[in-house]
Design a protein around this ligand. Structure first.
Ligand SMILES: *Cc1c(COP(=O)(O)O)cnc(C)c1O
Length: 373
């Protein structure tokens, strides 16, 4: 089956006595045991597994061409489970522009148990000199936030294989619709399901998918089930509902973002556009190789300073000034002021999550806001 079909039909609904064509929400926290003490319904206790979560995990596994998935209550807890599963004393190589929440986790929660180097993963020739005897994991994030940098997944997978390192990839900006890192050699794919998979800015969640059920995966599953940072049945229901339209939403996000990027690239008030779909993007050839679309995220540099950028985000009327991404509504954000004083993000940078409104309205709105600069 093609992904569009998988998303809608991966769930084989055989359990329902009433013939539901969509999956009901199963709120029970505990499940009946049989006479032999077993669990004839396949579930024991809702933290360990429940029908809605298992269904969500199965659909994401199918869409990511993996072997198994673990859903979590946020993207942050999904990523954290990977770090928690490493042996204490392990060394991690991560991108210099890693999602700031993960960077913060490593620098605070794992400061005494793990060591890490943040490097530019667009330059894979520099990686070898950072690999140490205790290096256990390379974490990539592609496309990256907020500069939309692209890491060559296949090339990095080959390096990880050679050095026997676990390769985990945060694929949130791409979604399972545009990029499947396991197919390109990654061991683990991570999504903040809060973003494109949820798609409507109304559910928080995260997910990990593995290429194989090995010992490391057993540790992650244990952290999910014993740690207990799991999504509720209703969260899982919402995510399953959203997954059915993911492929079509992504087509719309890509189409709108590409048109907006092209418009802004020749706008006199704009000093730069970061969008993987522009031929001017430094990794444009790599992105064409590993993604089936260029995504719905772009960043722009406004002519001027932080004040100019803040003027634009305050003057737009359709775009909502808010953090996050991947929803049907377009969001706009002055990134440096979100990331705080130690950020390396340019002060005149605005990040845009291009939604599914009509592109003419989005272009007109940004044009009128840019007129204030
Ligand atoms: C949002 C995000 C996360 C964290 O996910 P939450 O659901 O907010 O916890 C991780 N990585 C990327 C790239 C993200 O955009």
């Amino acid at each position: 089956m093609k992904p569009e079909t998988t998303a809608i039909h991966a769930l084989q609904l055989t359990q329902s006595a009433t013939g539901d064509v969509t999956m009901p929400i199963s709120l029970s926290t505990t499940f009946l045991r049989g006479e032999d003490g077993g669990y004839p319904g396949g579930h024991m206790y809702s933290r360990v597994s429940n029908p809605n979560r298992s269904a969500l995990e199965n659909v994401i596994t199918a869409l990511e061409f993996g072997e198994d998935s673990c859903a979590f209550s946020s993207g942050n807890t999904a990523g954290m489970a990977v770090f928690q599963a490493l042996e204490p004393g392990s060394h991690i190589i991560a991108p210099d522009d890693m999602y700031w929440g993960f960077k913060k986790q490593l620098q605070s929660i794992f400061a005494n148990t793990l060591t890490f180097d943040f490097i530019d993963l667009t330059d894979l020739s520099a990686i070898a000199k950072h690999i140490k005897p205790n290096t256990a994991l390379i974490w990539a994030e592609t496309p990256s936030n907020p500069l939309l940098k692209i890491t060559d997944i296949e090339a990095l997978a080959a390096i990880c294989k050679k050095h026997q390192l676990i390769f985990a990839c945060d694929s949130t900006f791409a979604s399972p619709s545009l990029q499947n890192p396991i197919k390109l050699g990654a061991d683990i794919v991570m999504h903040s399901t809060t973003k494109y998979i949820g798609g409507h800015s109304d559910v928080l969640g995260g997910c990990l998918t593995t290429a194989r059920k090995d010992e490391f995966w057993e540790k992650i599953k244990n952290i999910q089930q014993i740690g207990g940072a799991v999504p509720s049945p209703f969260d899982c229901f919402l995510l399953l509902r959203s997954l059915k339209t993911l492929a079509y939403r992504m087509k719309g996000h890509c189409e709108n973002a590409e048109k907006l990027a092209r418009h802004l690239a020749q706008h006199p008030k704009i000093a730069g556009v970061y969008y993987p779909g522009l031929t001017s993007h430094p990794q444009h050839e790599i992105v064409k190789k590993q993604m089936s679309g260029f995504g719905g995220m772009l960043s722009i540099l406004v002519n001027g300073d932080a004040t100019a950028a803040r003027t634009v985000v305050n003057q737009v009327k359709i775009f909502a000034q808010a953090t996050s991404l991947g929803g049907v509504e377009s969001l706009i954000e002055h990134r440096a002021s979100v990331e705080g004083p130690d950020t390396k993000t340019p002060q005149n940078l605005i990040r845009i999550s291009v939604g599914l409104e009509h592109i003419d309205d989005l272009i007109a709105d940004l044009d009128q806001a840019l007129a204030f600069v």
